[in-house]
Design a protein around this ligand. Sequence first.
Ligand code: DP6
Length: 359
Amino acid sequence: MADSNKIFTAAAGSNIAFIKYWGRRDDALNLPANSSISMTLDSAVSTRTSVAFSRKLDRDRLYINGEEEQLDGSANEKTVFMKRILDHVRSVAKAKEHVLIVSENSFPSSAGMASSASGAAALVTALDAALGMGMDERGKSILTRQISGSACRSVQGGFVKWNRGVEKDGADSYAVQVADERHWPELMDIIAVVDASKKRVSSSEGHSSTPKTSPLYAARPAFAERGVGVVEKALVARDFQTLAEAIMRDSNNMHATMLDTWKPIMYLNDKSREIMYAVEDLNSRKRGYVAAYTFDAGPNAHLITTREHRKEVLGAIDAVSGISRVIESGVGAGPELLGEAEALIDAAGLGPKRPPRKA
Ligand code: DP6
C-alpha cells in the first residue's frame, strides 16, 4: 500500500568514470559496448530526492531544483525513462497512487554539471524505500541504468565497476563495488567548471551515433575493457602512477572517437585543453604523476589527485583564465536513506509542507 502519507528521502553522489562508457550495444535498455569503472563522489556533487505516493495526487509530479518538470521528455529527455521506471515499480509493488518527486542538487544548476547519475540513484533508493520493495544492489543498479547508463555506478560507494554483461535483456549488466570509500580516502576529484551551458549533442545521441559512424570506434571497446582491468588493479594496489596514466589515456581515447563521429561531437574547448597542458606541466615538474585529467560529455575538467597534492593542482589551474567555479569532492559512500516523515500533500499536490527529518 503506497499511500502511507509518508515522504521518503534519499541522497546519492554522482560519479566520475576513470574508464568511460561511450557507445551502446542496446539503445532501449542502455546496455554498454564496454565495461567501465568509476569513483563515487561525496555530498559536494550529490542529489537529495524525496518521494511520496498519495491518492491526493491526480498525476505524477516532478520538481527539480524547485522547478516543475513534465515527465514527457519535453524539457529533459531523462524524464521519459523516469516515467517508465515509475510505472514499472508501481506495477511490481502493486501500487496505484501517483507520486510526488522533489529533487535538489547540492551544486548549482548553473555549474553545468550533469546530475542524472546522482539523481537517478537517489530516486531509485527513495522509491525502493517508499514502496517497501527491498531491492538488492543488483536490482537497484539495473533499474538505475535504465534511467541513465552511468548512473548505475552511483548505487554503490567507493570504487565501482559496471560490467558490460552479455545477456540480451541486460540481467548481467550492472555495477559492483571494487573497494569501498575507506580503501583510498586520499583520492579526490577537483572539478574545474569552464562552461556551464547546455551541451549541443546529448550523450544519449552520442552513445548511438559514435559506434555507427566512427571508424576509430572499432578499437575502443577492447581498449576500454583492458583499461578497466588496469584501473581495477591500480585501485586495489593504490598505485597512483598507473591509475593516472590509464585515466588520461582513456579520456583522450573516448574524445578521439567523439571527434571521429559523423557529424563530429566536440565536447572539449580551448579551456579544457589549457587545463590538460597545465596538468601535463605540473606532472613534468614533479617528475611523476600527481594529477590526472578526465572529461565527460562536456568541457569541464575533472582532476583526479590525492589530498597531498591538492594545493599544487589548484595552483596549476590558477593561471588558467575562464574557470568559473572549482568544486572539490572526495570519495563518496554511496546512496543513503535519510529518513521518512509525514507527507502533507495538499489537494493540489503542490508538495510537502514539512521538510523530512533526518533518521
Ligand atoms: C561520458 O550515462 O549520461 O559520462 O545512458 O544516455 O544517460 P545515458 O548516458 P550517460 O553517458 C555519459 C558517459 C560519460 C562517461 C561515463 O560516465 O562513463
